[in-house]
Ligand binder design. Structure first.
Ligand code: TYD
Ligand code: MG
Length: 451
């Protein structure tokens, strides 16, 4: 056996170094680099490239067996994974401790089991008695889920070989260890080795593998980021502090749309599906408050309405404050610069706060016009016209540009009883009263007139 080599591995991103450093050059984190022993020395073995057998090259239009997805019966989960689970695929569900990953996956496996799918739920964090208690609380104790507690990869693989489940949940990947590697459990090397082994096994036997991974901000536990490129889909389960709803977000998906979201609410008896997220995100909207604009966004494939809130107040600071929640601060700076240069509105002596209500994170440029309207509304201290939805991208020239899926956005607004629409040129809006804008300056003039 090769002599174990010593490597230093960043516990946050998995970058490998030959010596210790205080700060990881790859991800910029401090104090995350630790000594790990790796039995496989890096680099290819001598002579490994010889003696292979030639692969057959096929055309693109060959026969493909129809892909049969396993529906979990949980609409929001199925939506987030792209319409059910694909046999032989591997998924990573990441999230902060306590967000509800175990609860969600127990509900999902129970749903599958009730539908006649052979499932296994293997926990390295909780004893089977604890999981049973949770299942009882969730009213799932009658579902035929195969439950086991274990952390040894060897045992788990043996179990999977014997039981042949169609779907297996491993909760969590950080608790697993394999004795083929001297590194401690929870280190990047262990996490990666165990994940690799499990993914290979799942692909071979056409079983769905769902790995749970904790994300910690301080980098104490090996981040599941090293696992991300081993799996077919990466989903993050997120919550906003103090809120009961949870968003399951696909950040990578080989078998579906990335950025698709599933929305849930954590209740006393488990996670409840939220089938109309717009209603949830708008439920707390106050009418007639300045600085608030409702944005019609697209999350994955579905339109979702949410409120963008701005507060602009005179600043006593030399360098006024700029703070954002759920929004990109560079994009806020850009909007403020455009409002200044193209519309003559100076925010230079004001603190500016921009929030996306309800814990959504908006990355779509389509939200520019909504954010700008909220900012202008707060600056003028004049609310937007009631029941109005806004979308449109704002360019550096101050032009309001069309965005994808404008009719779907307008349709969602109509469905939820909105009356008006601020949008780029060319949007009809049906029964909605539409104000079309070519430039942000036009929108500012219009808002001033409506005030
Ligand atoms: P859990 O699924 O254990 O989180 P994770 O696996 O991501 O660490 O969920 C833990 C939290 O969820 C805990 O704070 C209690 C809460 N919870 C409920 O509010 N209702 C429920 O029915 C359950 C099972 C948990
Ligand atoms: Mg858990």
């Amino acid at each position: 056996m090769a002599r174990p080599s010593e490597t230093y591995v960043c516990q946050s991103c998995g970058a490998v170094y030959s010596k210790w450093m205080g700060r990881c050059e790859a991800c910029g984190q401090w104090n995350t680099i630790e000594l790990e022993q790796d039995s496989a020395p890096p680099g290819p073995a001598k002579g490994a490239a010889k003696g292979g057998k030639s692969l057959r090259l096929d055309g693109l239009d060959g026969e493909t067996p129809a892909e049969k997805r396993l529906a979990t019966g949980n609409g929001e989960f199925d939506r987030a994974v792209g319409g059910g689970l694909v046999p032989g695929s591997a998924l990573l569900v990441g999230g902060d401790p306590g967000v509800g990953k175990s609860t969600l996956l127990l509900q999902v496996t129970a749903g599958l089991a009730r539908g006649g799918v052979r499932t296994a739920y293997i926990s390295g964090e909780e004893a089977t008695a604890q999981i049973r208690m949770r299942a009882k609380r969730l009213g799932l104790q009658k579902s035929p889920v195969g439950l086991a507690a274990g952390t040894s990869l060897r045992d788990i693989l043996a179990t999977l070989k014997a039981e042949k489940p169609q779907v297996v949940v491993i909760d969590s990947i950080q608790t697993l260890w394999t004795d083929t590697i001297p590194a401690a459990p929870g280190t990047v090397t262990q996490v990666r080795a165990c994940a690799q082994e499990l993914v290979r096994f799942a692909k071979n036997v056409n079983c769905v593998l769902i790995l749970v991974g904790h994300v910690t901000k301080d980098g104490q536990i090996a981040g599941p980021r090293v696992v991300e490129h081993l799996v077919d889909a990466v989903l993050y389960f997120e919550s906003e502090a103090g809120r009961s709803f949870r968003i399951l977000r696909a950040v990578k998906n080989r078998f579906g749309a990335a950025h698709e979201i599933g929305v849930f609410e954590m209740t006393s008896d488990g996670l409840r599906e939220v089938t109309n997220p717009s209603e949830l995100f708008l439920s707390e909207t106050e009418a007639d408050v300045s600085g608030s604009a409702v944005f019609a966004g697209i999350e994955g494939t579905r339109p979702v309405l949410c409120e963008v809130q701005a507060l602009v107040s005179p600043s006593t600071l030399g360098a006024p404050r700029r703070a954002v929640v759920g929004w990109d601060s560079a994009r806020l700076s850009q909007l403020l610069a455009v409002l200044d240069a193209r519309c003559g509105l100076d925010f230079g002596r004001h603190d500016v706060f921009l929030n996306v209500a309800g814990g959504l994170k908006i990355t779509e440029p389509a939200a520019d016009l909504a954010a700008a309207s909220a900012l202008v509304s707060s600056l003028f201290d004049a609310p937007l016209p009631q029941k109005t939805v806004v979308f449109g991208e704002v360019g550096l020239s101050g032009a309001v540009r069309p965005v994808p899926q404008m009719e779907a956005r307008a349709a969602e607004a109509r469905k939820l009883g909105f009356k008006g629409l601020m949008a780029p040129r060319g949007v009809e809006g049906g029964k909605l009263g539409v104000a079309n804008f070519e430039t942000l300056a036009d929108a500012v003039v219009w808002l001033k007139r409506m005030a």
